[in-house]
Design a protein around this ligand. Sequence first.
Ligand code: CTP
Length: 412
Amino acid sequence: MENKHILLGITGSIAAYKACSIVSTLTKKGYAVDIILTRHASAFIGSLSLAAISHRDVFVDEFDGTHESLIPHIELARRADLCVIAPADANILAKAAHGIADDLLSSCLLACTCPMLAAPAMNVHMFENAATQANISTLKSRGWSFVDPESGMLACAEVGKGRLADPEVIVAAIEARLEEEEKKKTQDLPLSGKRVLVSAGPTQEALDPVRFLSNHSSGKQGFAIAKAARALGADVTLAAGPVSLETPEGVERINYVSARDLEAVMKENAPKADFVIMAAAVADYRFAEQFDQKMKKSGDSMTFTLVRNPDILEGLGKVKRDDQVLCGFAMETENLEQNARKKMLSKNCDLLVANNLRTEGAGFQGDTNIVTLMTPETNTHLGLQSKEELGKTILLTMLEIQKGKTSHASVH
Ligand code: CTP
């Protein structure tokens, strides 16, 4: 959810000061909070405090000419992922319900296409007034969410419902609404409801605190698969090796270092996955002995003993569920198809992505790949494509394989 833009409208209520706490929590969580203060709100709270907390400009009036954008109500509406009004007074609810646009905030509300959330705060009689309740109903019928005010002693010394909900409750409602919207976006996609587990990158096998045994894997192909899986609607867990790639948005990342770390991550997460993809380049061996202190040089040569690491893919193949689809990779420098097919069968994979390190456009470092997709029955040669496109092809192939497995199971 980081990098999401929240547009916060603050209206004229004694509770306006509580907006500082909302802005502070959201900013700390990584959201970009654009703030519009109505004129009445600016009588209760200073825009300088809000600008300092949000690290952004605060907008008070449509035409004050201090902002670089010529039409701020359109610009702010356009970039908002969620619009929140807290506190929302009776006036802004009435204006929103009736489409009145006579200041920056109300114009902006009319221009917003994002989801809306309001946390009302006002005198109990104003809140209970049939007009306010009708406005709230209208807005709810248009998809607005509301965080109800609390009951208690109000600023006007009356007791009743009208006090702004706690800032933590409002922040929780904001995050819940954003999450709901994210879910909606992925609902009708080919992999919605599927769980994908993918490993990516090299392993590092330590010799001592400064040296390790590793390989040239960049992690790009595995990360591209994770990104494509998310874009296709899946819940994605990415076991990421020691690489400095950014985590694709919406993907859960679990870092590993050695093959044995990776094995633990895969064993824990594979049972709940529909698709498991081992794109990591795993070291087959590790040092028999690892030293706590930096090794000092001695003599003209040194000899180390390496011991076998577990074959993670093979282990996953042994415990694979009937409806689970397992995909391995094979990186070869000779006899590609023969070696790769052998690997696929011995490790009980449903799909294997084979590439030749020596082919131009394929391999570890670049953004493209040229591969052969193998199933126990088929061989499909794919031309040069981006690693993300290939990720999509792999995932859609796995989906077809899973469909085949489940329809086969229902026939017998
Ligand atoms: N793999 C694994 N655990 C290992 C070695 C490999 O899970 N200890 C997985 C890789 O992630 C890949 C597949 O097995 O999906 C094939 O890896 P590769 O390195 O091409 O082949 P190996 O099985 O290690 O065989 P060799 O090194 O002899 O070519």
